[in-house]
Design a protein around this ligand. Sequence first.
Ligand code: C5P
Length: 225
Amino acid sequence: MNRNPVYLALDLPRLDAAEALARKVSGHIGGIKLGLEFFCAHGHHGVHELHKVGLPIFLDLKLHDIPNTVAGAMQAIHVLQPSIVTIHAAGGRAMMEDAKAAAGENCKVVAVTVLTSLDGDDLSAIGVNANPYDQALRLADLAHSAGLDGIVCSGHEVGAVHKQWKDGYFVVPGLRPADGKVGDQKRTVTPREARDAGASVLVIGRPISRAEDPLAAAKAIEATL
Ligand code: C5P
């Protein structure tokens, strides 16, 4: 049986609350995603604490610096044995190659292409004269040719990207269960739809962490997969 592809995004400021939530749902998720906010607040200690839950840890640090510095950062987090680490594809080919070379064998290095917070005007303001979709595809190609494992992409894009990059490892956030009460005005993708379209990892935060009953929410999502 395939392992559960759901990584719970623990975007909670308090370490004890994050650990308690992870323990509560640990039997019904496949891993834990810790972001920059968590890492800046709790560092290696926080990651060690969450490791005690016994699940793979995804460090969503979105690293972006000169190749030597990013490689050094990858070496510094090696001891934490992350299963996945994110870096920015916009850091360029050499940065991605060096990050991958510095990562542990069991660590997937995955590129962020264009942040979903940026629109065409934002890209134009930083001198990028492409729309966000075309820019994302361009950076996905660059990440692929630089030897990364995959990219972060939305549930709307993963099908198209998967066709281009058959053995890619695709991390998909921004998902909402079919019965989701969050974001019901927007066109959403369910965890099942994303998985069927080729997602390797389903990042799910608030639909579980802010549910009245997080355990029931995690079980319900698991049952759809
Ligand atoms: O919305 P939700 O709480 O499920 O988000 C889960 C995680 O996905 C968060 O850590 C958020 O930073 C990340 N995310 C992302 N890109 C998006 C939407 C969410 O990286 N477009």
